[in-house]
Design a protein around this ligand. Structure first.
Ligand code: FMN
Length: 211
């Protein structure tokens, strides 16, 4: 009996995983981890995340949303003991949930409010705790993932995001991630104001759909 030739691949250029069945390529869905960094439930950055997830889900991708507010995630203590107790980090806290999601994720999404022109405290320790992935004896290769920034701010000037974007871009380059999109929504201060102002949610949905 004829058996189809199956070939799995992870193309470096598009990063899209696909299965090749007798020369026909079928794109496999992405696993998308969405990290919510706002302490405000249903706030502006969460609305962006919901729209992004809607577009991605409709395109066939799988999303997992994790709210970091309320999780116990300490800052990196620079103990240089990554992987020495059988897991990513020597600290035992809720970062383990984030590690599990990141290990699996093809797309890593940060949905955050701008706080003092930078990351909110609910997300900054997540960045610092990525260090285990970038130690010489790392057990998980986190490179070649796609990264997305969804951010909101009260100020009307797009330049308010200069610091955050630069940090995101430099950190993504360090992590060897491909930036798949950045949406930085200005002039949304009140909780949920983004639902009535601008087309940010449409942009987020389109970004999710077009990954
Ligand atoms: C502690 C704090 C710091 C903030 N810093 C800034 C800022 O530097 N620039 C700005 O434009 N908005 C700032 N904002 C406003 C938030 O970025 C804005 O309200 C955002 O839409 C909140 O998103 P969320 O609803 O997802 O929490 C700040 C808000 C708080 C609570």
């Amino acid at each position: 009996m004829h058996s189809p030739r199956l070939k799995f691949s992870n193309a470096l250029v598009s990063l899209a995983a696909y299965v090749d069945i007798e020369g026909v390529k079928f794109v496999l869905p992405y696993k998308i981890a969405i990290l919510l960094g706002s302490p405000r439930k249903n706030g502006n950055s969460e609305q962006l995340a919901v729209s992004f997830a809607k577009g991605a889900t409709e395109a066939g991708h799988k999303t997992q949303t994790l709210r970091t507010h309320g999780l116990k995630i300490g800052g990196c203590i620079d103990c240089r003991r990554c992987w020495t107790n059988g897991t990513h980090c020597f600290l035992h806290d809720d970062m383990i949930d984030i590690y599990q999601a990141l290990d699996e994720a093809d797309v890593i999404t940060f949905a955050v409010p701008l706080y003092f022109y930078s990351w909110p405290a609910q997300i900054k320790p997540v960045w610092d705790r990525l260090l285990p992935y970038y130690t010489p004896d790392s057990k998980v290769d986190l490179t070649r993932r796609r990264a997305v920034l969804l951010a909101t701010a009260g100020d009307a000037s797009p330049s308010s995001f200069d610091g955050l974007r630069r940090s995101f871009e430099l950190a993504s380059a360090f992590c060897k991630w491909i930036i798949a999109g950045e949406i930085c929504a200005t002039d949304v201060y009140g909780a949920g104001e983004i639902t009535t102002k601008g087309d940010w949610l449409e942009q987020a949905e389109a970004l999710g759909r077009g990954l």
